[in-house]
Every structure is written in structure tokens, then in C-alpha cells.
Design a protein around this ligand. Structure first.
Ligand SMILES: C[S@@+](CC[C@H](N)C(=O)[O-])C[C@H]1O[C@@H](n2cnc3c(N)ncnc32)[C@H](O)[C@@H]1O
Length: 337
């Protein structure tokens, strides 16, 4: 098991806390020129780069292999390779895979030292993918850490779909084309973003089961997610996910709160929060409030920290198995660095 040492001089005042400030810098600055404009515009639910960076720095070390099985345009991957970690991504939608490849290529151009690979595929079938790797490796999965943000069953649709009166009106008036903003990540039931309720949870169970098998013993899985909302009702997706993963054998170690808004504190003034949220989210909350439901604008994401239980040291990878693992994970995909 990796040790996470005490701060220098055993200074207990600077222990890491479970509060992460991820909105202090604008999203434009966080993405700077690391991501192509096309990828930023195309994906409706990206992770904040500042959050990905913090998690990678805090929970992994250089040369580790990080997997993101629901990887979108590759925020985890781009930040990982810039920080000298190696990365494997899986993404279902071919257009996001193409855009992610371009982002990883750009990272390599900018001097990122880690290797980055993305595969197009269904994350519900990770166990099959891992089985072929395991033949040349140890009993353990080959991945040191998993960092991912799952889609939330049907959320995009409910925020941007037919219930968005303003969008419907603009489309009717011909002010915006109907295709301007995708109402989902993609079509079809394989995309977990299109599923709801029990079907969504069953799909995610498959993904997390595969994640468990891909992880080495003692490896961490970090899930970034928000509670979901079905109209006025809050659905505690983070609680449901915690239970789901514990049932699969993961240990739940921690829950962090990432603050998405920007906290501005001037001397002598009370601190203020500048909110950061999409137009669609605001609109959805405004509609609910108009209809008499006292709901608020979500300004946080939870990070659930899970661990695959460690085993005795004898089962750790030998140097030979380690180099086999590197070759197997890097595979035929696109490499960065
Ligand atoms: C919340 S987004 C992740 C965004 C990513 N963290 C980023 O910053 O670009 C979830 C992603 O999961 C993908 N996805 C949904 N179902 C999938 C499946 N069965 N297999 C692989 N990817 C899937 C969606 O297409 C979407 O891009």
C-alpha cells in the first residue's frame, strides 16, 4: 500500500482537507490552450481541469497508470500526461474519441512526458478488456488509479431537452438551429447518459465491476459526481454510487467536496461566492423555483475516494510483469510522449 506521509515537520495545520476550491480560476484559463476549441465546444459535461490536476497530484505519483473509462474529451488524460503519469481512456462516442486524440496529441506537442492512449469502446465491458491483459500479467489488475466522472442518467436531456421552453422557443423562431447544442452525449442505450433509474444503475454497476478488476490491489478509484435531480426531487446519486461500489468490494475511504464557484475575499469584507454554472442549469433551477419548489443552484461536486482492498506484498508486480503491463496498456492507440 502506498504511504501518504504526514506533512513536513509533522505540521498538523497543513493536512489536506476535504474541501477543494476548483473555481478560483476561470474555466477558460483552466483550459488555456491545452484543449482544442472544437473539443471544448463539443462536449456538454467536462470535468474541471483544476479538479483533475488536484486529484492526480494528490492521489497518484509520476509513472503511475491512470484509467478513465468514461473519458469524454480526455481532461483526466491531458492533465495526467502533463503531470508525468501514464493514461488509458475509454470513450463510447467516436466523435469524442477523435477530439480526445487531438487533445492528447497537443499535450505531446507541448512536452507532456506521460504516455496517453484512448480506445473507443463500451466501458460496461471493461472486464473482457482486462481479461486479455491479465493473461500476460499478474492476478492483479494493471491500473494504479481510476479517475472518472460518470454521466448522470438523462440529466442533459431533462435540462436541455423539450422541457427547456426557451430553447424550444428559439428553435421554433429559427434563432438557433436545433442541432446547436446536443441534448445528450450520443444516441442509443449503450450511452449510460441516456439511461435512467434501475437501468442506469445496472449499467454503472457493470462499469464499476470492470474498474475493480482493472485496478491493482490497494489502487484508488476517484469518482467525481453531483447529486442528480428529477424535477424538484433530489436524487442522491453520490450515496447510491457509494453503496453500489461498496457492494462490489471497494472500500469507501473519503468524500471530498469540490466548490465550483469562485470565492472572492477582500480584506475587511465578507467573502462572496461568484457562481459558476451553465445557462441550462440556471434555467432549469429558475423554472423549478417559479413553479414553487425551493431548490438551489448546485455549486459543488463530490469526489468519492474508493480503494480496492490491499493484499499481502508477495502479490505485487515483479519488474518483468511491470514492463509487460506497460506494453499491454499502451497498446495500439495514440501515444503522447
Ligand atoms: C461526464 S462525461 C465525462 C467527461 C470527461 N471527464 C471530460 O472531461 O471530457 C461522461 C462520458 O461518458 C461517456 N459514456 C457514456 N456511456 C459510456 C459507455 N457505455 N462507455 C464508454 N463511455 C461512455 C459519454 O459519452 C461522456 O463522454
Amino acid at each position: 500500500v502506498r504511504a501518504f506521509p504526514l506533512p513536513r515537520h509533522r505540521n498538523l495545520a497543513i493536512l489536506p482537507t476535504n474541501l477543494l476550491l476548483c473555481g478560483q480560476e476561470s474555466l477558460e484559463r483552466q483550459r488555456a490552450d491545452r484543449y482544442t476549441g472544437a473539443s471544448i465546444r463539443a462536449h456538454p459535461g467536462k470535468m474541471r481541469p483544476a479538479l483533475a490536476r488536484t486529484l492526480i497530484e494528490r492521489y497518484t505519483k509520476p509513472d503511475d497508470w491512470i484509467l478513465d473509462p468514461l473519458s469524454g474529451i480526455g481532461t483526466t488524460g491531458v492533465e495526467a500526461v502533463h503531470l508525468g503519469r501514464n493514461y488509458v481512456g475509454i470513450e463510447l462516442e467516436p466523435r469524442f474519441v477523435t477530439l480526445q486524440r487531438q487533445n492528447l496529441k497537443r499535450a505531446r506537442k507541448h512536452g507532456a512526458s506521460g504516455m496517453g492512449t484512448v480506445y473507443q469502446g463500451d466501458a460496461q465491458r471493461l472486464d473482457g478488456w482486462n481479461r486479455s491483459l491479465k493473461t500476460s500479467l499478474s492476478e492483479d489488475g494493471p491500473v494504479d488509479a481510476i479517475i472518472t466522472s460518470p454521466p448522470y442518467g438523462g440529466r442533459l436531456k431533462s435540462e436541455r431537452g423539450p422541457r427547456s421552453k426557451l430553447l424550444c422557443q428559439w428553435i421554433e423562431e429559427g434563432r438557433v438551429p436545433a442541432t446547436l447544442i446536443p441534448a445528450s452525449y450520443g444516441i442509443g442505450p449503450q450511452n449510460l447518459g441516456n439511461l435512467r433509474g434501475a437501468r442506469y444503475l445496472e449499467g454503472m454497476r457493470q462499469v464499476y465491476r470492470g474498474c475493480y478488476q482493472c485496478l491493482r490491489s490497494g489502487g484508488l478509484m476517484l469518482l467525481v459526481l453531483q447529486p442528480d435531480r428529477e424535477q424538484q426531487h433530489l436524487r442522491p446519486l453520490h450515496h447510491e454510487t457509494a453503496t453500489l461500489c461498496q457492494d462490489l468490494g471497494f472500500e469507501l475511504l473519503d468524500e471530498l467536496v469540490a466548490v465550483l464557484g469562485r470565492i472572492v475575499a477582500s480584506p475587511g469584507q465578507p467573502a462572496r461566492l461568484t457562481t459558476h454554472t451553465s445557462f441550462w442549469r440556471r434555467l432549469a433551477v429558475a423554472h423549478l423555483r417559479e413553479a414553487g419548489h425551493p431548490v438551489t443552484l448546485c455549486q459543488l461536486e463530490y469526489v468519492l475516494v474508493f480503494r480496492k482492498p490491499p493484499v499481502e506484498p508477495a502479490r505485487h508486480l515483479t519488474p518483468k510483469a511491470k514492463s509487460g503491463r506497460q506494453a499491454a496498456l499502451a497498446g495500439p492507440g495514440v501515444r503522447s510522449g
